[in-house]
Design a protein around this ligand. Sequence first.
Ligand code: UVW
Length: 356
Amino acid sequence: NVPDFDDLPQVEGMPQGCAWGVFDKDGKKDVIGTLNLLTPDVVKAAAAEVKEGVSVSLKCVVLCHAANTIERSGLTSTSWPIGAIKTPGFFRKGLVHKVMSFIDSPLAAHGFDDEIEFNTQCSSQWDSLCHFNYQPTGLAYNGIKATVETLVQEFGNEDREKLLPTLNHWHDRGGLVGRGVLIDYKAYADANGISYDPFSDHRITVADIETIAKSQGVEFRQGDIIIVRSGFTEALGTMSAEEQDKALGTHRTCGVEGTDESAKWFWNKHFAAVAGDALAFEAIPPIIDGKEETVAKLVLHQWFLSLFGLPIGELWDLKALSEQCAKSKRYSFLLTSSPLNIPGSIGSPPNALAIF
Ligand code: UVW
């Protein structure tokens, strides 16, 4: 039984609602947060969602910049291939994809290898629990001190690495498997004549999510993975590389409204994870006390990742999922995700599948 927000035990020096310690077991500090809610019963119930035998890939969008040996930008983005977006937001580096021929190597054979290099936050991604910290203290989930120095020093030190809430720990429990639930805000807005610019700070409220869940016949369960479709990624996909640069450069994007009240609602639903197709899941810029703030004050990032231990998925491609949900006339499915297994990984492509 997980306490509701107001019943969480007080953590010294932290605001009410900080969930540090809630998932600690046998004197060991927890590193996977709300993935603990994916119990065998929750997974078995999620498996019952598989009825039609249809699998949908929530394809990975890898943002591309200076391709080293292959120019990847400007590919048609209708199916979100690697390289669909030229320049990532937030000053990040994009994909470099090299192809090497064996013919020039000591193997002297016809055949190829390739090498890729990219910022794990520049594409469809999971944010781990040390990606964005509680800003007043700089602490990550469960009070981990997160600076480049502490993180890097701890890589390679097996005992210390075990304490970092990084994505590789998901592999110790068999990845993420649970019931995914799509909240199709884009379809709802289209059907109800609500028009908005995905590159504005159009805010999807908790009231909107509840209305849509009801209209889609969804009742949330503890351990669900909630996925919100805003249409952001699809809008980006219709743009030229130059238009994408311009749109991402404004740092204004639609998403879920980031307030303390919405954070509390998400915790009280006891989701195992949240994900969406928007750049940051939550709308940017954050607005606090009626004033626009910088990205450093992202409200849900601080609550979810650092204080709750609730991972955030961003920039997922949800078009095919929306179409399948409409076809199947249901908005819940089995969801699987296996991030890259890199010790100390702070972000990763999700490699997510929805199975109906
Ligand atoms: C930031 O880290 C600012 O955002 P995101 O998690 O969306 O990449």
